[in-house]
Design a protein around this ligand. Structure first.
Ligand code: SF4
Length: 242
């Protein structure tokens, strides 16, 4: 599929979703549409990001992509955000963490995972024997949903191309999806995070490990043990193949 064809499909779907939203239909009714999106973007044809030229300078490629995100007005979140939050970390990272969307502190500081959940994520990374600057951290959505509400399907579709390109540039060996939305968005799945977590999946020849979001762990500290089990699998995978 050529890049311009893909762009057209995404724009058509976005327009359709916006119309449906205006008509008062809720997300449950829109689920079949999301399935359609999933089918379209996960077809066997190469995704546009796969057709891109080999990336010689990851830092420069990320800067160019970041400039697009900073100027993006593709969805309504551009009106309510303080700052888009592109992501940060080592462009050559083996391990990439992907969360849902920026929260209040992230929106203010224009950095991912800097609130309480971010502090916990940093501790998890350090418990694995890594430093925060060794990995890359980003979100599916680059702009904060008002009052931290759940992302709308139309927003996920609108922003998907950015994080797909981000993944392609960084090309990590393993992506750890934090929470339901990141896991479902990357894996194109409607399974609950409880069912998805703790197992390896493949995405564009990259291993994926879904686990609980650190914000969930702050509310449910008894689940930290499960996340630590998942992180040990991630750590062992990276060590075995280093
Ligand atoms: S959330 Fe993504 S698509 Fe929407 S305005 Fe921000 S960068 Fe653009």
């Amino acid at each position: 599929m050529k890049n311009d064809s893909f762009q057209k499909i995404v724009k058509d779907i976005k327009s359709f979703l916006e119309l449906e939203k205006e008509a008062g239909l809720n997300e449950a009714i829109l689920k079949p549409v999301i399935k359609h999106v999933a089918k379209a973007v996960s077809s066997k044809e190469p995704h546009p990001v796969e057709e891109a030229c080999p990336i010689k300078d990851k830092g420069e490629a990320l800067e160019q992509l970041k400039a697009s995100v900073l100027n993006c007005t593709e969805c309504a979140l551009s009106k309510s955000r303080r700052n888009p939050v592109f992501g940060e970390g080592n462009p050559d990272a083996d391990l990439m963490f992907i969360g849902e969307a920026p929260g209040l502190q992230e929106d203010i500081q224009a950095r991912p995972f800097v609130g309480k959940a971010g502090t916990l994520l940093t501790k998890i990374i350090e418990a694995m024997g890594l430093k925060r600057e060794d990995v890359y951290i980003g979100n599916c959505l680059k702009c904060r949903p008002p009052q931290n509400r759940n992302p709308l399907p139309s927003e996920i579709v609108a922003c998907r191309e950015f994080f797909m390109k981000q993944i392609k540039i960084i090309n990590p060996r393993l992506i750890c999806c934090l929470g339901k939305f990141a896991s479902q968005t990357v894996l194109m799945s409607e399974e609950s995070i409880s069912r998805l977590r703790g197992k390896f999946y493949n995405f564009e020849n990259i291993k994926v490990m879904p686990t609980f979001h650190p914000a969930y762990l702050l509310r449910n500290p008894q689940e930290k043990r499960l996340v630590w089990d998942d992180m040990k699998k991630v750590r062992d995978f990276l060590k075995e193949r280093s």
